[in-house]
Design a protein around this ligand. Structure first.
Ligand SMILES: Nc1ncnc2c1ncn2[C@@H]1O[C@H](COP(=O)(O)OP(=O)(O)OP(=O)(O)O)[C@@H](O)[C@H]1O
Ligand SMILES: [Zn+2]
Length: 778
């Protein structure tokens, strides 16, 4: 949809960030009173003070981008603070000019940036960079432009005919304009009159039309139509939750963050929708964070449908957008043309003003943590942003993170629970299959013997196929066989650059490294002892697909993983087919574990529950439980009761047992006791210090040096491990080491680490990283 440009818009091409002249020159005036503390862009972590000349006094506000002199050069900087005093007063230089009047960062976001910099030990500059999408950072204001033409008066038939004889192209343009109510864009007219641009001038001169420049939004949902949806009548539990949330929205006092623990299908999304409606009624805006993987068209459709009267005021930010789309969506928010923003992790930095609520759905999801610098956790940042903006923060999950659950337990957060499904149905029946027994039975069916499908699961699928109900099989591992090893010497074929076994992808007949992506032909003999006997083992989704097709030749089957889904709309189309029951059985990785709602799915099979359980991480049990509960939540969402079959070699582990009884609280209680006893989060904060480099000894030396320096003056409360190789000791050709620190008080530890890092010189070819509150130890 074209959007009118501000009236003072310069011609495209010479516009700066916000359609203002690129630079507002300053007249130097010695008599200044105010001082701006700025953050230089491009330079490392430099904060400097400048005076604000009187001529710019009104234009410079917190968040403005300005030009400042630095050693004979002019640099771009962001105003962080306005001060009355500076310790350097008298020697300060003046701000030269304003780059953009409208600040790129709201004051609240600047405060947030400082908090993040401080908490995660990074520079403010790095955080500010992260806060802007790349397309906005690099090419702000690069909109697609078009001309909007308007017919000033209808030509009479006689006038048209006269024009037709003299200048037929001009007459044709007038005709087109008349046929579309007197208004059209140049690109619309070009479809009929390709050279229309060349004849606009005479038409304008003759007083027939006017022309103005407009932006064309690159709207990711341009072609979608949304059927409006009405608010549902809330269930009793939903009503209680909603009442509390809306009281917090209405309250003038800042409220605690709210944790909404609602089982799958309890109608959390409906509560979010109604809470947002409440915020909008009061003139506020809403920010919704969803894990990238759950940010499906289905999710967005629900929001667009509910707020269909203002669906053009919903902005979406996630990684599947093109750069241009992301640029335009960001500016839509920046220019106050959006009231609701839905996005993945980095949308927490959406420059919304008048924020009334921040919702973090699936708050337990590890993907809310960024795995590169700055390693922030969007859920925790949401809580801090909520504090700064004085808005409601609502964290939702069927399996809250133990951090949030403990915060609710200790009264730091408020806990709301919804433990019934909206349809009043019970949760699906969960059957645990002990695969140790299963394999001992040796039924003679190869797929069973290979440990892929138990007899129970096979029978359950057969029953579903007969009843024309649908099945989802879940396995969080791609490929055909997951390892290849030598029967003589026992060596496993590993990636040369990474210390993990390579996976066979049969379709392309290659061994693939799932860490660095390197590929090679499967060797015919052992690379280590040169003997010929090599044996494939372990199975991934590709193998499952082949096996299931063999056992159920009539079934209509599809596989969903990153190997089969490569195009943008492929997943959407496939899920549409599944919903329309054009498919009987879906096999997939975590791509299908989240948020999907298919009424005809009555069976979910978890092929190997132990994958997450066996990870060397104190959160292994928590992750397993989250996964089982989420996956199980996909079954029985319609009329028929659902069934879940979980295959495991560890049937008695707490994660399996508690998920079977859908007892999140019971699991949390037991797990929290363990965490407390062994000083793990949420009772401590973890910091991981890691080193990596091409030379093993150097990387290890670097971390040992840091370890030694950290010991000096380390507080007694801090538990520090020894430097050790990471679980994946080598990746991308680099050796990796890490050091784990735990502490009940994070800030003093971070200050100590920062001092050590700043005062220790390390080998140039070793990279040292640190991660505050990591979500994974791998
Ligand atoms: N008050 C209600 N009355 C009737 N149906 C409802 C109500 N609230 C929600 N539903 C329906 O129940 C289903 C589940 O709701 P919803 O998706 O909001 O749950 P959820 O807790 O977000 O689920 P999940 O965590 O599994 O994604 C949806 O189909 C929704 O339309
Ligand atoms: Zn590799």
């Amino acid at each position: 949809m074209p959007i009118p440009q501000p009236t003072n818009a310069p011609a495209p091409g010479q516009s700066d960030l916000f359609g203002l002249p690129a630079v507002v020159p300053a007249t130097p005036q010695p008599d200044t009173t105010r001082i701006a503390r700025v953050q230089l862009e491009g330079a490392a972590a430099m904060e400097l003070d400048y005076t604000i000349p009187a001529s710019l006094a009104e234009g410079v506000v917190v968040g403005s981008r300005v030009m400042v002199p630095l050693q004979n050069r002019q640099m771009v900087a962001v105003v962080l603070e306005l001060l009355n005093e500076s310790s350097h007063r008298g020697r300060l230089k003046e701000i030269s000019s304003i780059v953009a009047r409208r600040p790129m960062f709201t004051p609240a976001l600047l405060r947030l940036a400082r908090w993040i910099a401080d908490y995660y030990l990074v520079s403010v500059h790095t955080v500010l960079r992260t806060m802007l999408p790349q397309a906005v950072r690099d090419k702000p204001g690069s909109f697609v432009m078009d001309s909007h033409l308007k017919l000033l008066r209808d030509p009479s038939p006689a006038e048209l005919e006269k024009l037709m004889n003299k200048a037929p192209m001009q007459a044709r343009v007038l005709e087109i304009l008349r046929s579309c109510q007197g208004e059209a864009t140049l690109s619309q007219i070009r479809r009929d009159v390709p050279r229309a641009a060349t004849i606009l001038k005479p038409l304008i001169k003759a007083g027939w039309i006017t022309r103005s420049e407009v932006r064309v939004e690159r709207d990711p949902f341009q072609e979608e139509v949304f059927l409006p949806s009405q608010p549902l009548t809330l269930t009793a539990e939903q009503q209680v939750a909603y009442d509390r949330i809306s009281a917090a929205i209405d309250s003038a006092q800042p409220s605690k963050p709210i944790l909404l623990h609602g089982i799958t299908g309890s109608g959390k999304t409906e509560v979010y929708l109604q809470a947002i409606a409440r915020v909008l009624e009061r003139g506020g805006t809403a920010l919704v964070l969803v894990p990238e993987i759950a940010l499906t068209p289905q999710t967005i459709e629900r929001f667009k449908a509910r707020f269909s009267d203002r669906s053009d005021r919903i902005a979406v930010l996630h990684s599947h957008l093109s750069d241009g789309e992301r640029h335009d969506e960001w500016f839509k928010i920046h220019e106050d043309r959006a009231d609701i923003v839905i996005g993945a992790r980095s949308a927490i930095f959406a420059p919304l003003e008048r924020l009334g609520i921040i919702i973090v759905d699936e708050e337990h999801e590890p993907s809310f943590k960024q795995d590169e610098t700055p390693r922030y956790h969007a859920r925790d940042v949401a809580v801090v942003r909520g504090g700064i903006e004085k808005c409601v923060v609502l964290l939702g999950s069927a399996t809250p993170s133990l951090e949030s659950f403990e915060n609710a337990g200790s009264g730091k957060y408020e806990l709301l629970e919804m433990l019934q499904r909206t349809d009043g149905r019970t949760l699906p029946l969960i059957r645990i299959v002990d695969m140790r027994m299963e394999r001992r039975k040796g039924t003679g069916v190869s797929i069973v013997n290979a440990g892929i499908l138990s007899e129970k699961l096979r029978a359950a699928i057969t029953a579903r196929l007969e009843k024309r109900e649908q099945t989802i099989l879940f396995l969080n591992r791609r490929g055909f066989n997951t390892s290849l090893s030598c029967i003589t010497c026992g060596e496993t074929v590993q990636c040369q650059d990474c210390s993990i076994p390579m996976t066979l992808h049969k379709h392309e007949n290659r061994l693939v490294c799932h860490v660095c992506g390197s590929r090679r032909l499967p060797p015919s003999k052992c690379p280590s002892c040169q003997e010929p006997g090599l044996k494939f083992s372990g199975f991934g989704t590709e193998r499952v697909e082949t096996a299931v097709r063999e056992v159920f030749p009539q079934a209509r089957i599809a596989r969903v993983d990153t190997d089969t889904i490569q195009r943008k709309n492929q997943l959407r189309d496939l899920l549409r087919d599944f919903r329309a029951q054009k498919l009987d059985l879906l096999i997939g990785t975590q791509m299908i574990a989240k948020g999907l709602d298919f009424p005809n799915v009555t069976l979910v099979g978890v092929l190997n529950a132990d994958l997450a359980l066996n990870l060397p991480d104190f959160r292994a049990a928590e992750r397993t439980l989250q996964l089982l509960v989420q996956v199980a939540g996909r079954a029985g969402r319609g009329e028929v009761k659902g069934e879940v079959v979980v295959q495991t070699y560890a049937p008695h582990s707490p994660a399996v047992q508690f998920s079977r009884h859908n007892d999140f609280a019971g699991f949390a209680q037991q797990e929290l006791e363990q965490r407390r006893a062994f000083h793990y989060p949420p009772y401590t904060h973890v910091v991981i210090l890691a080193s990596r480099g091409k030379h093993q000894a150097m990387a290890e030396f670097a971390l040992k040096t840091l370890h030694r320096r950290l010991l000096e003056g380390l507080s007694e409360e801090v538990l520090m491990g020894d430097p050790a190789p990471c679980a994946m000791a080598k990746a991308h050709g680099q050796y990796r080491f890490q050091l784990l620190l735990r502490t009940p008080k994070i800030r003093p530890l971070c200050r100590h680490i920062q001092q050590v890092l700043q005062s220790t010189s390390l080998p140039a070819d070793v990279i040292v990283t640190w991660d505050v509150d990591p979500v994974s130890l791998l």
